[in-house]
Write a new protein. Structure first.
Length: 135
């Protein structure tokens, strides 16, 4: 039995649906931020590829920080937090690294949080931008 207190079941579902919209907004804002932070002309010292690379590293670093904090807080709540990655210690280590890099979706490996698929999408959009503007 699921207990939804202090909210009702319908309120909880409504909030969850709003959370799904947040993922799309995040991806859109990440792409827009990358576009807006690029220099308007080629006279500046910062090139387009440098700008996209900087934004990509900032996004990936922020994600890694959140991932690590989630793992730390989860370890306080439950010692079985890594069971999602399987029983084999080597596989757990590999899947943890893959998930921390935001690559669980394209590699088809287990993910600690199924809603982190947007990191892969955001990274792919930024990588595509990098390759397009560097040519």
């Amino acid at each position: 039995e699921v207990i939804f207190a202090p909210l009702t079941q319908n309120q909880t579902i409504y909030l969850a649906l709003l959370g799904k919209v947040c993922v799309h907004i995040f991806v859109l804002l990440s792409a827009f931020g990358t576009y807006r932070s690029t220099p308007p002309d080629r006279t500046t010292r910062v090139t387009y590829p440098q700008t996209v690379k900087r934004r990509y590293l900032h996004l990936a670093g922020s994600f890694l920080l959140i991932y690590l904090l989630t793992q730390i807080f989860s370890s306080v709540i439950s010692s079985s937090r890594l069971e999602v990655y399987g029983a084999d210690p080597l596989a757990r280590w590999f899947y943890t690294v893959v998930d921390a890099l935001g690559l669980a979706v394209p590699l088809g490996t287990p993910s600690y949080n199924a809603t982190w698929w947007y990191m892969y999408l955001a990274m792919m959009v930024m990588t595509e931008c990098f390759f397009k503007i560097s040519q």
